[in-house]
Write a protein that binds this ligand. Structure first.
Ligand code: AVJ
Length: 336
């Protein structure tokens, strides 16, 4: 089946946005770094390891839902054109692709478009999917959906066969703060048309006794994952962070309903980032925020989606009620 690849990012996109993020993050107060820089080769491997930890329930819980409910979800969405945001390895998506292929009427073409910033992840996933699914039309788009979402979602009119199902799995929406999320939902709603649907994987609020260990595991894998972002900045921008100067911290912020991961300086630290000609000091005990991972309730998600113009069209959880997969549709726009 035909395969197409589009690239919406300039060659030096990643270098430039990392530089901007590091400069603004390390000079702001409190200091921050966005979580997207965790995922170099080592970081992606550490994240894979996290998904196999006994404490890290979101991965297994979401997979349980998708395995059990894929045909129901695809039937509710009524679409055979899947578009995945932040597709990564596309591994869990296979349950949905199976359901799409099984329900695509004769004479219609099932399609899957992967959107990701990582060229290597897109290529590996496309190769794997092409072998597994000869009947599926595959497209990959390299884009940063925080910036180029509307362009990445655009479809050639000639290609349109029914509604699209845009999927965003893994609980990654939790990495956005409420303002970023509101902007994301507004852009998404603007890019979708009546008949399209959006499928979201979102982690749910629960006891800190379960939440905190999921982000501070006994084996120290999440600590290594968090500290690795310093190596990313060292390797790519010539900084001289010594990871031994920092310790991993995970806290549950009940008011904001999110987990915050931080790196805390264990002594006074001076860091020079050669490529940015930037010198930064950390006082002992000072914390650098590296990730928020927001947790939701059904009511809160419904309120945010409805405010953005979506209608609730489906809600599924794992048996233990830890994680959610929800479906949202775009109502026909009122004639004014
Ligand atoms: C891949 C973004 C969903 O927020 O739970 C895992 C990343 N961070 N452990 C999450 C992560 C710490 C993960 N997401």
């Amino acid at each position: 089946m035909a395969q197409r690849h589009r690239d919406h990012l300039p060659e030096d996109f990643s270098e430039r946005s990392l530089s901007e993020d590091v400069r603004s993050g390390l000079t702001s107060s409190p200091k921050t770094l966005p979580p997207k820089w965790f995922y170099d080769k080592v970081g992606s491997e550490l994240y894979e390891e996290i998904t196999r930890l006994p404490e890290y329930y979101p991965f297994a819980a979401e997979r349980e839902i998708l395995m059990a409910r894929a045909s129901e979800i695809v039937a509710a969405a009524g679409s055979h054109h899947l578009i995945e945001l932040g597709s990564g390895s596309s591994e869990k998506t296979r349950a949905l692709i199976d359901a799409v292929l099984a329900s695509t009427p004769d004479g219609e073409q099932a399609a899957y478009r992967a959107i990701d910033v990582s060229e290597s992840a897109l290529r590996a996933a496309a190769e794997d999917l092409a072998l597994r699914y000869p009947a599926l039309e595959l497209e990959s788009v390299r884009a940063d959906f925080e910036h180029g979402l509307a362009e990445a979602l655009a479809v050639d009119e000639g290609d349109r066969t029914g509604g699209r199902l845009v999927i965003f799995l893994g609980g990654t929406i939790g990495n956005q703060d409420p303002q970023q999320r509101q902007r994301f939902l507004a852009t998404l709603h603007g890019a979708l048309e009546p008949g399209d649907a959006f499928l979201l994987g979102a982690d749910l609020v629960k006891s800190p006794d379960v939440l905190v260990p999921a982000y501070d595991d006994a084996a120290g894998v999440t600590a290594a994952f968090n500290l690795n972002v310093l190596e990313v900045v060292n390797g790519r921008l010539g900084a001289d962070f010594d990871p031994r100067d920092f310790r991993h911290v995970a806290v549950w912020d009940a008011e904001n309903a999110w987990i915050e991961m931080r790196l805390e300086a264990v002594r006074d630290v001076h860091v020079r980032t050669a490529d940015l000609d930037l010198e930064v000091d950390f006082a002992a005990g000072e914390q650098l925020r590296t990730e928020i991972s927001a947790k939701f309730t059904r009511e809160r998600l419904a309120a945010e989606f409805e405010a953005a113009g979506f209608d609730a069209a489906g809600w599924w959880t794992d048996d233990a009620g830890l994680f959610s997969v929800s479906l949202w549709t775009v109502a026909a726009r009122a004639l004014t």
